[in-house]
Design a protein around this ligand. Structure first.
Ligand code: SF4
Length: 254
């Protein structure tokens, strides 16, 4: 089982194509479904999904997620994570080590890894072993790599993040989520907002009092300016059909 992939996600593939002279992007895709562990307890890979009201509208079944074999493979990875975290982290660490040796050192590539593509797991608090040494987390174990995520857990913006880990807060129209979003914004976080804007049409210029940048161009969030909104256009026929009940799509800027 391979955990990290390079071009399996359309946006990451596009980003790789655009930035290939300098960067290489990899990602890890699990699933946002709550799963039952071997011991009978449950694990929620997205602890704030209910607060943000996003689980139903999650993109887990769009893109390659329309294929059942792809969804099964993602679920298997999450099952390994919850039932045997040590093995999961060992595999992830080995894959990172290979990338450092073969891509960073040999080819001088700047590598960026998104660990939460369809999940919101706190990798900051999971130990990682590299060459027999245990580090506080994977970010500290691999300073040669840069990591980034989108999250709905504002408390992560209250922590001192490792310098090679970048977070963008996810927006929501859900009233119960506003405190979380405000908390992240006050601590210098950017926010990613989905607008009901068609492909090729312009995004609003200002949202939440901040400049909106076009986040559809690529997934290179690490280079984003501070205090901005990462604007995204709503994609997928299913999502457009369900626009009325969606909590995370803005029909107009606020
Ligand atoms: S937090 Fe993100 S990945 Fe999780 S259910 Fe919500 S939209 Fe999906």
């Amino acid at each position: 089982m391979q955990l990290l992939t390079k071009d399996s996600n359309a946006k990451i593939k596009k980003t790789n194509k655009l930035t290939q002279a300098i960067y290489e992007f990899y990602n890890l895709t699990l699933t946002s479904r709550i799963i039952t562990k071997k011991d009978g307890s449950t694990f929620d890979p997205c602890p704030n999904a209910n607060l943000f009201g996003c689980r139903e509208d999650c993109l887990r079944e769009s893109g390659r997620g329309i294929f059942s074999n792809v969804r099964d493979a993602r679920t298997k990875k999450l099952e390994l994570f919850v039932n045997d975290q040590a093995t999961f982290m060992k595999m992830l660490s080995n894959e990172c080590l290979k990338i450092v040796k073969n891509r960073v050192i040999k080819l001088k590539k700047k590598v960026r890894i998104r660990l939460n593509t369809i999940s919101d797991i706190d990798y900051l608090s999971i130990l990682c072993v590299r060459d027999g040494i245990t580090y506080k987390n994977i970010f500290m174990a691999y300073p040669e790599l840069n990591f980034y995520d989108y999250t709905k857990i504002a408390s992560r913006f209250g922590k001192k993040l490792p310098s090679n880990y970048h977070l963008t807060m996810s927006d929501s129209r859900e009233p119960k989520a506003q405190k979380q979003i405000d908390y992240a914004l006050k601590r210098g976080g950017n926010v990613a907002t989905v607008f009901f804007v068609k492909k090729g049409e312009p995004l609003p210029t200002i949202h939440r009092g901040r400049k909106v940048i076009d986040g559809d161009i690529d997934d290179n969030r690490i280079e984003d300016d501070k205090n901005i909104v990462v604007g995204l256009r709503l994609k997928g026929n299913e999502a457009i059909k369900n626009i009325d009940r969606s909590n995370f799509v803005y029909t107009q800027a606020i």
